[in-house]
Design a protein around this ligand. Sequence first.
Ligand code: AMP
Length: 400
Amino acid sequence: MNILVINCGSSSLKFQLIDSETEKCIAKGLCERIGIEGSQITYAPANGEKEEKLISMPDHTEAIRLVLEALTNEKTGVVKSLSEIDAVGHRIVHGGEKFAVSTLINDEVMKAIEECNDLAPLHNPANLIGIRACQALMENTPMAAVFDTAFHQTMPAKAYMYGLPYEYYEKYKIRRYGFHGTSHSYVSKRAAQFLGEDYNHMKIIVCHLGNGASVSAVKNGECIDTSMGLTPLEGLIMGTRSGDMDPAIIEFLAHKENKNIDEIMNILNKKSGVYGLSGNISSDFRDLEKAAADGNEKAKLTLDAFDYRVAKYIGAYVAAMNGVDAICFTAGLGENGSTTRERICNYLGYLGIELDSEANAKRGEDIVISTKDSKTKVLVIPTNEELAIARETSLLINAK
Ligand code: AMP
């Protein structure tokens, strides 16, 4: 079965066509600056040349039309016609409490996703636009919704409730939801499989360290806690997001800087994190590592603060699970940042962790980076959210 995976943002759209039998990516690409001047489509068939084309994309329907045109193009396409695309899997950011699992899309599901718009005002409306654009162009193709929040729905109430008046949970569903669920699920399952152990009898901590970053505690195959909250702002210090902080800072800053709530939230989401803390050096850890190596004190402090926060979350989740069998690193920094992994593991001697420096220097493969004698296993598992979405979609279609 050929499954088109769509990850639709407010002005961008990532896509991958995946053969669900071989689990190979047939083609992938990206539409950027949708609805903005200078829009561009990048298309890369697995067995051909990557193409980049500047082309007007006034809306997402046009972007999807161009994606489908690229996939079916006579010369560079990978399928002869749209009938060879058997299903579409959509990444949906927020499923609220309604969606604990992926689901086939129908009118009722669309309505329920729309009801979660309040919880993810930047993401869910864009995800819905992506679904509608596909429906308009591929009328009879079945589609599935795979939610970033679903994997975390197994968290117990003691982990997801905030210390706020209960009525806000009842009225507005204010609670912790967690994100990157597709990645945490994929990586934790893969780690158990790679180690040849039973997923349902393991305690696993997944550190998804990318531009957005989160940690999760997965006990006996279920997520029991994760670092992101109502929104992706909570938890680790991220590329540009602050992560955990005293909420009173919002009022303090608003008064001192004479800014309104929207302006403060923009600072917390876009101008903070390692970018802000480093004095605007960069949100990219490669730049920060370089600046730190060149002796920049703010860059050093930023990396220290980032690593320390990750190590603290790991400690908290060891306590939450009363132990840990495996710690996994994934996403851009988790997969590539060998020095970050080493510095974080330096905090974890109490878990009997010893890193194998040769294995830690490798890249691009599932690998155990702890020594044979290490009491807790440490792994790098490259995440593959698109494949996870394709798998979920294929399961739903086959179960129809
Ligand atoms: P992601 O959001 O998963 O695409 O991850 C993006 C982040 O990964 C970037 O902001 C970089 O800081 C980080 N990253 C990517 N490659 C490397 C690398 N070779 N070394 C350190 N960090 C990296």
